[in-house]
Design a protein around this ligand. Structure first.
Ligand code: PXP
Length: 236
């Protein structure tokens, strides 16, 4: 099993002030040191965190495979084909959302997705679809020729008690079904140090887990003491 670290929110901190730090490329180098197997970024249409320049800089400088999350939008597809990430994960995107809500409706958007999946694959990019753990969506991924799916774990992570147990079972069944149909099974969204272990115990056949917000949030906390000390030392 591999860990893809989503570094979007390093860029969120930078964009909050319009500074040139913190730099996602620098964060990527630290992810390498921490044992990350890959990097994930989402180039949103509103460019609220990752910018086009980040994508190209990471492609040029980062020492890890790059997974680009993106909407099925013509302008973004062109950028992806220029940047040539190792992997593209197609996600739904709405401007009003705080983060990606729900999976891609691969069943409903089969015809709209077909040319995009084909173009990206022809270019040599591994294509993944971010979907709900639903067998119909897995069938659609197979029909589209996408070799990889990323199961949306957000509902599991936001649920509690019996609802959480039920969602875990849904994820496990989807992973088994997808594996049986020859798909590579990734997963992500909302995973953290509390909900990860039960997830890993219940869900088989996992390839890459993409985890971002909880890692960046934790990084702020474990780095705070040192950051304050550095300023105090300068003042002294
Ligand atoms: N996978 C996908 C497809 C996502 O859209 C996101 C959020 O950008 C993640 C994984 C990572 O989710 P989180 O930041 O909650 O760990």
């Amino acid at each position: 099993m591999k860990l893809g670290v989503n570094i979007d929110h390093v860029a969120t901190l930078r964009q909050a002030r319009g500074t040139d730090y913190p730099d996602p490329v620098e964060a990527a180098a630290l992810c390498v040191k921490g044992g990350a197997d890959g990097l994930t970024i989402h180039l949103r249409e509103d460019r609220r965190h990752i910018q086009d320049a980040d994508l190209f800089a990471l492609r040029a400088k980062a020492q890890l495979p790059l997974n680009l999350e993106m909407a099925n939008e013509p302008g973004i597809i062109e950028i992806a084909l220029r940047a040539m990430p190792d992997e593209v994960c197609l996600v739904p995107e709405r401007r009003e959302e705080v983060t990606t809500e729900g999976g891609l409706d691969a069943v409903g958007q089969l015809e709209a997705l077909r040319p995009t999946v084909a173009r990206l694959k022809d270019a040599g990019i591994v294509v993944s679809l971010f979907i709900e753990p639903d067998p119909r969506q897995l069938d659609a991924a197979v029909a589209l020729g996408a070799p990889v799916v990323e199961l949306h774990t957000g509902t599991y992570c936001n649920a509690a008690g019996a609802a959480q147990a039920k969602e875990l079972e849904r994820l496990a069944e989807a992973a088994r079904y997808g594996h049986q149909r020859g798909l590579r099974i990734n997963a992500g969204h909302g995973l953290n140090t509390v909900n990860l272990t039960p997830f890993l115990k219940a869900v088989p056949h996992l390839g890459t887990l993409n985890i971002g917000h909880s890692i960046v949030a934790r990084a702020v906390m474990v780095g705070m003491e040192r950051a304050v000390r550095e300023i105090k030392e300068l003042m002294a």
